[in-house]
Design a protein around this ligand. Structure first.
Ligand code: WTA
Length: 648
């Protein structure tokens, strides 16, 4: 694996607005640098200060035990409970009657749960779980729509020391069965269904089907959401509301060791078989808490909306654990962004006066494609900060987000992290860091990224290489569930002693980080190794393009030739002329070597269920390979058939 070349240089800069910096917790670059240096010099002290922001029933003895590397132990000897940090701590104060969750269902129904409500419901459900025989150390599988009860179920597990394994509601029976089997869950929590684009997602039916493939599950709790008829199996299936009726609201949080397993989250990424990423209590909560406070510069009066589904790590950390441990008000929305109209998100922002919006590039590109008229219909003046996560954001999408959604006034935090990292590692701080569209900018204090070439030597500025993290951090994954070998080989064998992210990246001359795409997706063309992000960003900078994905296909002359799959903005006709125009556009902005040999128009791109483009599948389509390998994580299979039909 050699270097990755860079050709696109972004010159635009955006300073944090002065009024933002004035109030911010970290209000200048100098202040950030001071904190960074402090953490570098005395990491134990830095991390201990962060951990002290939580409530511990027993203080830790040692901050980090790295003697069993790469298996880390953080805050050893300490005890706490994540549910206590998110709930009890607040209900003992005026926050008891503060809104914790402002929820809107897709059909338009709405609920507000205060911290007091959330605490009571969580305690009751924790008692329900106990009644079903769930014990400390057990794993409970949760497969629910985005309703407050999903957060309640997670917090109830945490309260009694059972680990939760949340499965995204878009998965179907085989994926559920595999994950239940791997986690050995005896109890599963689901709902009759959930609402999506006006239809019912048949969650209970999927569970019934999954449970024909595994014998593991003994008890199923079913929350009534859609109220359509679902069969209930006697002795196995129980209604949530019936169990809750007589449950006691008294359930003290169990003090747990810092390294007690909080959850398993299965991640497949864009390649390969799902892995059960394990997070534990003390370290994870410490960094979830601190990053939510710093990165979003969270205020008591904020209305915080992270649009991610709780089935993903972003939802775990920035819908549930991070904001709730900070006592924030979070917005939760059950359904699709384009139901009933393409402006559903903007109507929610307007209605609840959302002040912080955290979403994904894939959503932003969809909004761009749908057109400016949708956000323009709404008053978005309550927004003060925007965030993105999940993929590199193309500079033009960044600019659109800043202008159309942020009204030119809101800083954007482009946050880089992974399921495995537990929380944000690289990001601007909104009151401190000048931003460059498309760059995740600088590492947070305590985080030490290094970009290495294939021999393990640090890359020079603007030289692309492999992104690694050279020191442990508290919210890092602890292992792959029941597969410690995979943990070692996947993350720690590429460069001994360093965590390997799988991403290609470069630092620019200001030390800003640019993610260039997954290393597996790098294209080698005429001696240049190109990350996918730059070529795609070049295409997206053309005014008629909404989204693009590029892959390499074998070429006798050039090694690989670039094949581009392009989605146009709404109303733009496809033509051979436009195809040539786009080829020239890339040649002009990047150099003729990067000119795509093929441009293929498509209405949609194959994506994982969390919205990441699956270039692995596009590569196969580009080369005409019929065997697609594992497609279980693909969001919409019909996309592939269509792409094949579109073949020239
Ligand atoms: C990509 C999501 C560029 C990256 C929290 C990473 C990003 C993978 C960014 C992890 C970003 C995430 N800029 N790329 N701001 N954020 N990624 O596990 O390739 O779903 O390795 O975690 O998403 O995805 P995951």
């Amino acid at each position: 694996m050699a270097d990755i070349d860079t050709v696109l240089i972004e010159k635009r800069r955006f300073k944090p607005p002065a009024i933002f910096s004035k109030k911010a917790r970290i209000g200048s670059l100098a202040e950030y640098r001071k904190l960074y240096a402090k953490a570098e010099k005395n990491p134990d002290k830095f991390w201990a200060e962060r951990a002290a922001e939580l409530r511990w029933t027993k203080k830790w003895k040692k901050v980090l035990d790295w003697s069993g590397a790469p298996f880390a132990k953080w805050f050893t000897g300490g005890q706490l409970n994540a549910s206590d940090c998110c709930l009890d701590r607040h209900v003992e104060t005026w926050r008891k009657n503060k809104a914790a969750i402002v929820w809107e269902g897709e059909p338009g129904d709405a609920r507000v749960l205060t911290y007091g409500d959330l605490h009571r419901e969580t305690c009751k459900f924790a008692n329900v779980l106990k009644g079903l025989g769930v014990k400390k150390g057990d794993r409970v599988t949760i497969y629910m729509p985005l309703v407050p009860e999903l957060a309640i179920a997670m917090l109830a597990c945490a309260r009694i020391g059972a680990a939760h394994s949340v499965i995204f509601g878009g998965f179907t029976s085989q994926s559920i069965a595999d994950r239940v089997e791997d986690a050995e869950s005896r109890v599963l929590i689901t709902a009759d269904g959930g609402w999506r684009r006006g239809g019912i997602v048949p969650l209970k039916a999927n569970v019934d089907d999954a449970l024909t493939k595994t014998q593991r599950v003994e008890k199923v709790v079913v929350f009534r959401r859609t109220a359509h008829d679902v069969p209930m199996k006697q002795g196995r299936d129980f209604w949530w509301h019936e169990l809750m009726q007589d449950a006691s609201p008294d359930c003290p949080a169990e003090p747990l060791d810092s390294e007690h397993m909080l959850y398993i989250l299965y991640t497949s990424g864009t390649t390969g078989k799902p892995k059960g990423v394990v997070h534990t209590t003390g370290g994870y909560m410490t960094w979830a808490h601190a990053t939510t406070e710093w990165v979003f510069d969270l205020r008591e009066e904020d209305t915080f909306w992270c649009t991610a589904d709780i089935g993903w790590v972003t939802g775990h950390t920035y819908v549930v654990y991070g904001p709730l441990s900070n006592g924030a008000t979070v917005v939760m929305y059950e359904g699709a962004p384009n139901f009933p109209g393409n402006d559903r998100f903007w109507s929610i922002v307007e209605k609840y006066r959302v002040s912080i919006l955290y979403t994904a590039p894939t959503a932003i590109r969809a909004f761009m494609k749908w057109g400016d008229e949708w956000p323009a219909k709404h008053d978005l003046s309550s927004l003060r900060l925007l965030g993105t996560v999940g993929e590199p954001i193309n500079p033009e999408a960044w600019m659109w987000y800043q202008r159309m959604i942020g009204g030119g006034r809101c800083p954007i935090v482009d946050t880089w992290w992974q399921t495995e990292t537990g929380a944000i590692l690289v990001t601007p701080l909104p009151g401190a860091t000048p931003t460059k569209p498309g760059s995740a900018t600088l590492p947070l204090p305590g985080i030490f990224p290094e970009i290495l070439d294939s021999t393990g030597k640090p890359c020079k500025p603007d030289q692309g290489g492999l992104l690694t993290i050279s020191r442990p951090w508290p919210s890092m994954l602890r292992t792959v569930y029941r597969d410690p070998e995979r943990y070692k080989t996947q993350y720690w064998s590429r460069f001994p002693g360093k965590y390997f992210t799988g991403d290609g990246a470069r630092f620019d001359r200001d030390g800003y980080l640019w993610i260039m795409g997954r290393v597996d997706d790098v294209i080698k063309v005429a001696g240049h190794r190109l990350g996918t992000a730059e070529v795609e960003s070049s295409l997206v900078s053309h005014p008629k393009v909404a989204e693009a994905a590029v892959v390499g296909k074998p070429d006798e002359l050039k090694g690989e030739a670039i094949c581009a799959f392009v989605t146009l903005r709404s109303g733009q006709p496809k033509s051979d002329e436009l195809r040539r125009e786009l080829q020239e556009h890339v040649a002009k902005t990047m150099g003729s070597f990067a000119k795509p040999e093929q441009v293929r128009f498509t209405d949609s791109l194959p994506k994982t269920r969390s919205g990441k483009i699956m270039r692995r599948l596009l590569r196969k389509i580009a080369t005409g390979d019929e065997t697609l390998g594992d497609t279980t994580t693909l969001e919409d299979l019909s996309v592939l058939a269509k792409l094949r039909e579109d073949e020239e």
